[in-house]
Design a binder for this molecule. Structure first.
Ligand code: ADP
Length: 540
């Protein structure tokens, strides 16, 4: 028997209309380096209509891809809303990709138009001649004149293009399963792969982001969206914010700890999201330049494991709870969120909060061992995490890398265990696990243990070849400014925190851990530095 329910389509055109009408006075503040420029959802709605008219005129009439090469700012948000709402496909370009990767993703997605941030124009322009499908470049910030376009490409100024156009637009009816946006993985191994989100997947994901079990966004919130809009859709925060009327603070290109601290002081957001390296940097800055940040009711951390020492520091020294979450570009990205179960108190609650979290109803999970068999959720058995759900990708764009899919499930490449009540602990990424004498050592556990030392700012652990054991851990340590610590002292510090056979015997001190385009530890580069003999290593 069929239901009697209406088959109303979940569409971002409706999301845009809804946000503008219900929450027209919610604010969007873009940081300028000294103060914010402000706009409202209502004004964003009118500008979106103008942008839609302009894009139609440039030939965006169906599901053409429109790329964005931009920081987090009001114009990027206008693109986020307009492009899918008019039935086209938003393609967020990672501004930190290597040049050949950038050319690859633009050509692979066949971008027709690209909106480029004025401040990023030189970076983009160098690669433009190799982008074979791009016909129009729209430049924000009044810098259009600076671009010498190759033949066949027309350059426009964003503001001039919008000026004087009608402030309403007849947003089309959109089939909910059609493509709304695409984002490529950051390509730490091989070419980046395209993930294509649908209107339906973004809608359902936005609802999950707002749920009390997840980020709890409401119209009373002001969210500082640090995680880039070109990385995993900014964790879905912009769409979720439009759904419920959360005001947003967008940091533009000001992502260093100093400017972030200034933004916090001036805008006093109630919520924020960023990868651990951003929070670590901010913590060091705040420790040296104390400031009240208790206006943050909570901050969400994901993208790589949140070090427990950092979670404690924010909560105990700054009165800001840190919410740990796990996800991937392939999972929209919200996969699991670490809110402890109701009965857990004190230390037990903390243990749950260190985990990558519990899966929401729409995300199904299983762990698969080396033989392809499912392992139990007993909190001990380890396997590769596979997930399935309405906002989890079922393939890559163009059918790339089919091995990442297994009977309709996504193979995450993450290795971990799950408790009987559904809390995931990732022990590593499959390629980062250290295989020592037939046993696995978690690089993440070692990193967290070393980073708990007060003199350590950052620590990254890689496996290095070992004749006897196959691989052994090498710890690369960044010492906090003004502090001193030796490898010997750190080994002693670890002695009662990790099993004896896991205690690393190779240590190196570095000025900085190399980072990927999205701010994660770049272990590939660390391994290369080691292989080329560039690291000064103390052995025990
Ligand atoms: P990339 O794969 O290039 O790093 P993504 O941002 O999509 O780009 O990364 C997803 C991966 O990041 C996950 O598969 C996982 O390895 C890691 N990750 C994300 N969140 C966490 C977390 N909370 N703890 C540990 N690892 C995480």
């Amino acid at each position: 028997m069929l239901s009697t329910m209406q088959d109303d389509q979940l569409s971002l055109a409706h999301l845009l209309r809804h946000g503008v009408r219900m929450h027209g006075d919610s604010e969007v503040a873009t940081w300028t380096g000294s103060g914010s420029r402000k706009t409202t959802f209502d004004r964003i709605g009118r500008r979106s209509a103008q942008l839609a008219h302009a894009l139609r005129e440039l030939g965006v009439t169906a599901d053409q891809r429109v790329g964005t090469f931009m920081w987090n700012n009001a114009e990027h948000l206008e693109c986020y809303l307009t492009i899918p709402a008019m039935g086209a496909v938003l393609h967020t370009l990672n501004i930190r990709l290597f040049p050949e990767q950038l050319v690859f993703v633009v050509n692979d997605a066949q971008d027709h138009v690209v909106v480029v941030d004025g401040s990023l124009l030189p970076l983009f322009a160098r690669q433009l001649p190799e982008m074979t499908t791009v016909r129009h470049v729209i430049v924000t910030g009044g810098a259009a004149g600076a671009l010498d376009a190759p033949s066949g490409v027309t350059v426009h100024s964003y503001d001039e293009l919008l000026d004087g156009r009608p402030e309403t637009f007849e947003w089309p009816e959109i089939e909910e399963r059609s493509a709304a946006a695409m984002c490529y993985t950051s390509g730490t191994t091989g070419d980046p792969k395209g993930v294509v989100y649908s209107h339906r997947s973004i809608w359902l994901h936005s609802m999950q982001v707002c749920m009390t079990d997840s980020m709890r966004l409401t119209d009373a919130d002001k969210a500082l969206v640090i995680v880039p809009m070109f990385h995993a859709m900014s964790w879905g925060m912009p769409y979720a914010a439009f759904m419920v009327g959360t005001s947003m603070v967008l940091p533009d290109r000001f992502l260093q700890p100093g400017p972030i601290a200034e933004i916090l002081a001036e805008e006093k957001p109630t919520f924020a999201g960023a990868v651990p390296t951003i929070w670590q940097g901010l913590l060091q800055h705040l420790d040296a330049n104390p400031q009240d940040i208790s206006h943050l009711r909570e901050v969400v951390v994901g993208g790589s494991a949140a070090p427990p020492a950092m979670m404690h520091a924010f909560e105990e020294r700054y009165d800001v709870p840190v919410l740990h979450a796990w996800g991937m570009t392939e999972t929209s990205p919200l996969g699991s969120v670490a809110r402890p179960p109701k009965a857990a108190k004190g230390e037990e609650a903390w243990r749950y909060r260190y985990t990558q979290g519990r899966f929401p109803a729409s995300v199904r999970a299983r762990l698969i061992d080396d033989n392809g068999d499912e392992v139990p959720w007993d909190g001990e058995s380890v396997g590769e995490l596979e997930v399935k759900g309405p906002w989890i990708t079922g393939s890559y764009y163009g059918g790339a890398d089919p091995d990442k899919f297994h009977d309709g499930w996504l193979r995450t490449g993450d290795v971990g265990k799950i408790t009987p009540n559904g809390y995931l602990t990732l022990t590593d990424r499959a390629k980062d696990v250290i295989k020592s004498g037939g046993e696995w050592i978690s690089s993440v556990d070692l990193e967290n243990a070393v980073m708990a030392h007060p003199a350590v700012a950052e620590a990254a652990v890689i496996g290095v070849p070992d004749e006897k054991w196959d691989e052994r851990p090498l710890v690369a340590v960044v010492v906090r400014e003004g502090e001193q610590v030796t490898a010997e002292e750190l080994r002693t510090f670890l002695a009662d925190k990790v099993a004896k056979w896991q205690l690393p015997e190779h240590w190196t001190f570095v000025d900085e851990v190399p980072k990927t385009s999205v701010g994660k530890f770049d272990k590939k580069r660390l391994r290369a530095a080691h292989a080329e003999g560039k690291l000064d290593i103390a052995h025990f």
